[in-house]
Design a protein around this ligand. Structure first.
Ligand code: ADP
Ligand code: MG
Length: 569
């Protein structure tokens, strides 16, 4: 086992760590501490929030101080809170180095007070970039003797627009300093900083930050006012959701949970306005899975370590995109699969690209299910449950006579109709005329695309797993439809719909053919995925075939013709 002592830390720091109760180094500490102690080489370290990065740079930084009387170390951090937190942490680590002086400087506080503190001398300055520039201009800080410079949460600093300030600060500090960059992610801007200002940096990247292949990332583009409706429909087609719905604020959390409960969902909220006892109770129910949907704020959900979570739903994207990784990391734990869903407005589409880079994963744009898709999914689930039900003869026998007496004359078909109606009526009524709430947003070809070569056209089909389609039979079905000669690219079959790529030259043929098809008596709707050059969605113009509510209409029924081809399970 690696200990802090093995890493080469001095006795004063070790005593402080012991007092703090840090027993062994975290992975990023294990790597960064010796690297920084043993050489003056630059270092880039990528590790998620909460992995102990402060001590990873803080301990070596403190050990390397020479108490020369100048400012020897500078830590840049994005926010005032972080500056204060880092300062507190460093002071704790330096509990047995009484001669150390650390000064935190940040905006929103008196610059005079900060100047007078700086005047008394500080070996370590912890600063936000903007305030530091201010102080440099007033010559209240001097960086010419700087030996160690740390950029903490570099990605966040760049997100917040500190690029120029950082450039200025870096160009004003001595060329032979040691620079360390700590970040949760490595977007191109961070890499640019590393390339421009760091000399051949060693790189540490922790496994926690690598792609979790088991998470599927989906997003739905809707209008602001349709967010809630989108969440409901998504929950409705996924009957076995065990998930967390993340909301930005406590009050939104509360509102959403109340609405969901009112609408019959098994949901509850977890946020900071609740008492500890209330929070424990909610968490207890969630852990026992008597609660399906936990509506939570980021802060409240921090540290939640529940396995088996199937879905993480972002009611909106977090303000700080880095948070997305923490949210989605709640699912797909311990080798299990999970889906991270984001409900976004069209103005947020550019953020998806950033998220793709950050998570090194592909994000798939999904279509919010249409009303009839939801009803169908509900019904399929109901039928599955009905089929799986194993009645306990002994216990229900006594009551069955009432049933038989009332239902004496009823036929099997009538009974089934009644059952279906009873179960589905409220959904059918609710979803009657429920429109398409998908925002006709930028359906970038790369969403479903094969290299965006233009070779393939992507299509949306209103049939999916629930209709019996699967990877094996879909090509056979396409062949049976008369599309045997068409070259198909990627095919993704979802519960209620399918995305299909077919060679662009065959677009018309595919549209015309499939729009005449029926599966299990239901007309297949096919739409082209893509944009017109003016940026408007192409959907309407190119939508062929039956939309919702086409049940039982006349038409060519593929599956009626030949029983063998039926996908009905
Ligand atoms: P990061 O900067 O990576 O987000 P922090 O440095 O803020 O993480 O550390 C997160 C938490 O973990 C802090 O509460 C810190 O005190 C604690 N911590 C850090 N290193 C250790 C360790 N080796 N053992 C126990 N706790 C630690
Ligand atoms: Mg940190």
């Amino acid at each position: 086992m690696t200990t802090f002592k093995n890493l080469g830390l001095d006795p004063e720091l070790l005593s402080a760590l012991e007092k703090l109760g840090f027993e062994k180094p975290t992975p990023v500490q294990e790597k960064a501490i010796p690297a920084l102690l043993e050489s003056d080489n630059d270092l880039v370290a990528l590790a998620q929030t909460g992995t102990g990065k402060t001590a990873a740079f803080g301990l070596p930084l403190l050990q390397k101080l020479e108490f020369s009387g100048f400012t020897e170390a500078l830590v840049l951090a994005p926010t005032r809170e972080l500056c204060m937190q880092i300062t507190r942490d460093l002071e704790t680590f330096a509990a047995f180095k009484p001669e150390l002086k650390i000064v935190a400087v940040y905006g929103g506080a008196s610059i005079r007070d900060q100047i007078s503190l700086l005047k008394r001398g500080a070996q370590v300055v912890v600063a936000t970039p903007g305030r530091l520039i201010d102080l440099l201009e007033r010559k209240a800080v001097h960086l010419d003797q700087l030996r160690v410079l740390v950029l903490d949460e570099a990605d966040e600093m760049l997100n917040m627009g500190f690029q120029e300030d950082i450039d200025t600060i870096l160009s004003k500090s001595p060329a032979d300093r040691q620079s360390c960059l700590f970040s949760a992610t490595m977007p191109p801007e961070v890499r640019r900083i590393a390339q421009r200002y760091m000399r051949n940096p060693a790189e540490i990247s922790l496994a926690a930050n690598t792609t979790n292949e088991n998470i599927e990332h989906h997003y739905y583009v809707v209008k602001e006012k349709n967010r809630y409706e989108a969440v409901k429909r998504i929950l409705d087609v996924e009957p076995d959701v065990y998930g967390i719905l993340f909301a930005q604020t406590r009050s939104l959390c509360q509102d959403l949970a109340e609405k969901l409960i009112h609408d019959g969902y098994n949901a509850d909220s977890l946020h900071g306005d609740l008492s500890q006892a209330q929070r424990d109770k909610v968490m207890g129910r969630f852990r026992k899975k008597t609660l399906n949907v936990l509506v939570a704020t980021d802060v409240a959900a921090r540290g939640i370590d529940v396995s088996d979570i199937t879905h993480v739903i972002n009611y909106s994207l977090p303000n700080e995109l880095e948070v997305y990784t923490h949210r989605s990391g709640r699912t797909a734990r311990a080798g299990k699969k999970g889906i991270a869903i984001s409900i976004i407005a069209s103005r947020d589409i550019s953020k998806i690209q950033r998220l793709e880079k950050m998570t090194r994963s592909k994000f798939t744009q999904m279509q919010v299910p249409a009303g009839d898709d939801v009803v169908r999914a509900k019904f399929a689930h109901f039928v599955d449950e009905l089929a799986a039900e194993e009645p306990d003869q002994a216990s229900i026998h006594a009551y069955l006579s009432i049933f038989y007496a009332k239902m004496k004359t009823i036929t099997r078909e009538e009974l089934i109709e009644k059952l279906a109606s009873l179960e589905l009526r409220k959904f059918i009524e609710y979803y009657e005329g429920a429109g398409d709430i998908n925002e006709g947003a930028d359906r970038r070809s790369r969403d479903y695309g094969s290299e965006g070569s233009g070779h393939y056209q992507k299509f949306f089909l209103s049939v999916g797993e629930l209709d019996g389609l699967d990877k094996k039979n879909i090509l056979r079905w396409l062949n049976d439809c008369g599309l045997g000669k068409v070259e198909f690219g990627k095919i993704r079959i979802h519960r209620t719909h399918t995305f299909l790529e077919a060679e662009t030259d065959s677009t018309e043929l595919v549209m015309n053919t499939i729009s005449k098809e029926k599966i299990n008596d239901r007309k297949v709707r096919i739409e082209i995925q893509g944009m017109e050059s003016d940026g408007s969605p192409r959907k309407k113009k190119n939508s062929y075939g039956g939309g919702g509510g086409d049940y039982g209409k006349q038409g060519k029924s593929h599956f009626k013709k030949d029983k063998k081809k039926s996908f009905r399970r």
